[in-house]
Design a protein around this ligand. Structure first.
Ligand code: AHM
Ligand code: MG
Length: 332
């Protein structure tokens, strides 16, 4: 099959996107271009991420700008980079970003796509050289091309995504994406400046032995979550929690496991955002054979009501997510 062929000959992301173009529901080439725009911005953010530790010695490093302005925080830089890539490309009409309160209407009515993005997730890990990520969702607009963007275009449930992915800035930098025909992973080769297909057709293990949750919040959990985590411990599962959603998700995707961010006293709807955190990962995990739930049902079927809406998230190996749902739904 094409994917295996691509793998065996060392295929770049660009080539793979081209090979797969016929898989897209609307094979116009614009979605391909949009994915390439995102990949380019990811390379730039990767470069900034690698240099992050040097930013405070900007003078010695020769990086202070002429006005002597302070170096911007990495999440702000990432936002600027992705916004620029998405607005210059011409395929996008509107953007939802974690870094922006309102929808960014690009005033480009000929753009077919709406993008929701968390440009740099894992903010608490940015300053301490621990893996962080970018998460993105792509939707086709609902209103006709040429007309102004409406809320209907922006507030689509996750099951309407035409593509989604993440970039993991880790010990290696990876880009993992789906267009609804499987989940494929690419590793960045910095000296060549290219992403290469390294993880074709990723299959999440049906079951796993890893659970990832912020256990410091245990006293804020509902009984079902406490019982589920206790059941994990009784079976001596491994507890692994980085605190960067992309990194925790990625590990569990490859090794088998579950990531949980339940409702807490402080955040009754959990902490994570539906539009630009949960939906993309839910699409990716389902395309890899896993599951994503808010405890009551499928993440992808939630109709969003507000831009920055939060949702509890239980995501990973299908058997583990199903078991967690059972614990959650036992009446207290
Ligand atoms: P952020 O968007 O402010 O970076 O928050 C999202 C992050 C996720 O990457 C991570 O899984 C989670 O917050 C960790 O939260 P906590 O510190 O409450 O465990
Ligand atoms: Mg975030």
């Amino acid at each position: 099959d094409q994917t295996n062929l691509a793998y065996s000959v060392g295929v770049t992301l660009d080539r793979f996107i081209k090979l797969k173009q016929s898989d897209f529901p609307f094979a116009s080439g614009e979605l391909s271009q949009l994915l390439r725009d995102i990949a380019l911005a990811a390379k730039i953010v990767n470069r900034e991420t690698n240099r992050a530790g040097l930013s405070n010695i900007g003078g010695a490093f020769g990086q202070t700008n002429v006005q002597g302005e302070e170096q911007q925080k990495l999440d702000v830089i990432a936002n600027i980079r992705f916004m620029r890539a998405l607005s210059k490309g011409g395929e996008v009409c509107a953007i939802v970003s974690e870094e922006e309160d309102e929808v960014i209407d690009l005033q480009n009515n000929s753009g077919k796509y709406v993008v929701a993005i968390d440009p740099l997730d894992g903010s608490s890990n940015i300053d301490v050289n621990i893996s962080i990520g970018t998460i993105f969702s792509i939707y086709r607009r609902k209103t006709p091309v040429g007309s102004p963007v409406t809320t209907e275009d922006v507030m689509q449930p996750g099951n309407q995504q035409v593509a989604a992915g993440y970039v993991l800035y880790g010990s290696s930098t990876m880009l993992v994406y789906t267009t609804g025909c499987g989940t494929n992973g690419f590793t960045y080769e910095a000296s060549l400046g290219e992403f290469f297909l390294s993880h074709p057709s990723i299959q999440a293990p049906k079951d796993g032995l890893i659970y990832s949750i912020n256990e410091g919040l245990e006293y804020e959990w509902q009984t079902g979550i406490k019982n589920y985590v206790r059941a994990c411990k009784e079976r001596k599962f491994q507890s692994r929690y980085i605190g960067s959603l992309v990194a925790d998700f990625h590990r569990n995707l490859l090794k088998g496991g579950i990531y949980l961010y339940p409702s807490t006293l402080k955040n009754p709807n959990g902490k994570l955002r539906l539009l630009y955190e949960a939906n993309a990962l839910a699409f990716l995990i389902e395309q890899a054979g896993g599951k994503a739930s808010d405890g009551g049902g499928r993440i992808l079927d939630i109709q969003p009501e507000s831009l920055h809406q939060r949702t509890p998230l239980f995501i990973g190996s299908s058997a583990m997510v199903e078991e967690a749902e059972q614990f959650i739904n036992i009446p207290e």
